[in-house]
Design a protein around this ligand. Structure first.
Ligand code: SF4
Ligand code: SF4
Length: 576
């Protein structure tokens, strides 16, 4: 709990949480998604507000909106692709407006450190007609989130605060205040505002345009947008982390740093342009600011098209200013791997052997697509695996199709795909890889774990009962480390004319940290057949001479490699 003017050292995500607490929020809801996850994790540590994991971003947004209707300040947070899931309520609540302040924090991921695309959420704000704030540092994130709530209530609109990975995860030292007064308004019954039937929505759209016009005027005068006039030869219009990069390379230049990028402050930008000889726009991803300036006939130098992909850096800013293209990527130094002892590994090993076509989903199990496991053939967005399975399964000739989805993703949007598949008569096998946690984002609770974000025991969702209720003809639960049993079960269910769900249940090794004895390979017995290397366990190493060994400090003793070695060359170190 922050104290009066305490000096703190916070990441951007933590700063958002602390700023929202200081702004008097009472409610926060999110689904975990890197790089936004720590916002709710931090809010969960404040016991004087309700913070909760929702099953997906749409539900999180709607729950936060409900708290706003009740007159409380509320926050929802997500990563960029999560906002796609919440777009439906966002678009309409911009019309209805809010009661208590409502802020949606969106963390974009330029460079796709942990995402399937690098969409630029700034495009969404004009589309949804909601104001957009972009802090350039954790301390700005702390103060901007508080202003976001004020703007939301003053202009009766949800406000979007956009972070990027570098702001979310960078830490900064700054002072916080402990003044907190939970904001409270009356819950009002106002169907003309909150029941968006066409007759009510039409005037609310007109009203939204008026509110946007007032927000445009705010953008021209707000201190969120800062003009610094120094050397007038070069001026930069920039926002977010790009402002820091540009200031590092050109500390003597003039800057218009935009903290409120929608509505865009046209007059302010024009005034700045008049002050400098050459005007550059420095921004990550899309030419969002550049296009606006060009629309307004403000002459600027932007970036070459190659810079639309990936993150910027100080070196990149220099390259852009000097008119160079983005240099070719050097690629990742190290490829990602499933952890030693990961329960997804045996399931993928068995699936690869079975030769089925596997439609996959979003989660750490997506790593099963990489060689040598190479057992996953699609991955697009949350919850897509089962609809893909249904469509591909019905339309193929002879190829068996299996869907794979994690426990948390199944609850997120997977279950609706299963309901639809059952309803529409799909046959085949859906595998829920239940590692009993939301693992990819660092181990968050979900309804199937029976524990809330704030650590309370709660009702535990039964995946077995849920699948049966959704229409699965059979639901089996099996330990994926029982590879022979899993293979037999898979063959049995694939041979039946029914819709089956197989739940492979074994806890993630990041939550169940029990270790067995490390594996050891007897070089006398090892035939160098390389079968164990197909498991892609980081602990199993091939030497330059082709010899196979186990790194005992990485091995967690799951015993999987012993099961696949046909020559009995692997045993627990120290004997059985
Ligand atoms: S599976 Fe067994 S025999 Fe084959 S390389 Fe590995 S340890 Fe050696
Ligand atoms: S027992 Fe084998 S498969 Fe399991 S972690 Fe150790 S080396 Fe990897």
């Amino acid at each position: 709990m922050p104290n009066e003017q305490e000096e703190v050292f916070l990441s951007g995500n933590e700063a958002v949480a602390w700023g929202a607490w200081a702004a008097g929020i009472s409610f926060a809801s999110a689904y975990p998604g890197t790089p936004s996850t720590e916002i709710l994790e931090t809010l969960g540590t404040f016991k004087d507000l309700e913070a909760q994991w929702a099953v997906n971003e749409k539900v999180a947004y709607e729950a936060a909106f409900g708290a706003s209707l009740a007159g409380r300040r509320a926050l929802t947070a997500c990563k960029h692709v999560g906002l796609n899931v919440a777009m439906d309520p966002l678009m309409t609540t911009a019309y209805s407006g809010v009661n208590g302040g409502l802020v949606v924090v969106v963390a974009d991921d330029p460079g796709m450190h942990s995402s399937q695309n690098e969409q630029d959420t700034r495009r969404v704000a004009p589309y949804a007609k909601v104001p957009l704030l972009e802090p350039s540092s954790p301390s700005e994130a702390y103060s901007f989130i508080q202003q976001a709530f004020d703007i939301s209530e003053e202009f009766d609109v949800p406000v979007m605060l956009r972070l990027t990975t570098r702001i979310s995860h960078t830490k900064e030292s700054f002072r916080t205040s402990s003044n907190r007064e939970p904001a409270r308004r009356e819950l009002r019954k106002d169907p003309r505002k909150y029941v968006m039937i066409p007759a009510h929505a039409r005037p609310r759209h007109t009203d939204l345009e008026k509110r946007l016009s007032a927000l445009r005027a705010l953008s021209e005068r707000t201190s969120l947008n800062r003009m610094e006039l120094n050397d007038r030869k070069i001026g930069f219009i920039t926002s977010g982390v790009s402002a820091l990069y540009a200031k590092e390379v050109y500390p003597d230049a003039s800057f218009l740093t935009l903290g409120m990028t929608f509505p865009f402050p046209v007059d302010l930008a024009r005034a700045f342009a008049r002050e400098v000889e050459t005007l550059y726009v420095i921004e990550e991803l899309e030419p969002f600011l550049e296009e606006k300036l060009r629309q307004e006939s403000i002459s600027v130098t932007g970036k070459k098209p190659s810079w639309v992909c990936g993150e910027l850096s100080p070196a990149a800013v220099r390259d852009i200013v000097e008119g160079r293209d983005r240099p070719p990527s050097a690629g990742r130094a190290r490829r990602p791997l499933l952890c030693p002892g990961c329960p997804h590994r045996p399931a993928f090993y068995s699936l690869k052997k079975s030769g089925v076509y596997v439609t996959g989903d979003i989660g750490c199990y997506t790593l099963g697509a990489l060689e040598p496991l190479a057992a996953l053939h699609t991955q697009t967005c949350m919850g897509a695996s089962i609809p893909f399975f249904e469509g591909a399964g019905k339309m193929q000739d002879g190829q068996k199709v299996v869907a794979v989805i994690g426990d948390s993703t199944f609850i997120h949007t997977g279950v609706s795909g299963l309901i639809s598949a059952a309803y529409n008569g799909a046959k085949g096998v859906v595998i829920i890889m239940d590692n009993s946690i939301t693992a990819m984002t660092g181990g968050q609770q979900n309804p199937a774990t029976g524990v809330t974000l704030q650590g309370k025991e709660t009702k535990r969702l039964s995946l077995e009962k849920l699948c049966a209720a959704a229409g699965a003809d059979q639901v089996d639960v099996i330990d994926p480390f029982d590879i022979d049993g899993f293979r037999r079960l898979l063959e049995l269910r694939l041979g039946q004319d029914s819709l089956s769900v197989i739940i492979t249940r074994s806890p993630c090794k990041m939550i169940d940290r029990s270790r067995g004895p490390a594996a050891a390979i007897d070089p006398e017995k090892c035939r160098k057949c390389r079968q164990c290397l197909l498991l892609d366990c980081p602990a199993i190493i091939e030497g330059d001479d082709g010899g196979i060994s186990v790194n005992s400090s990485l091995c967690v003793g799951c015993g999987l490699c012993r099961k696949v070695c046909k020559f009995g060359a692997i045993s627990p170190a120290g004997g059985e």
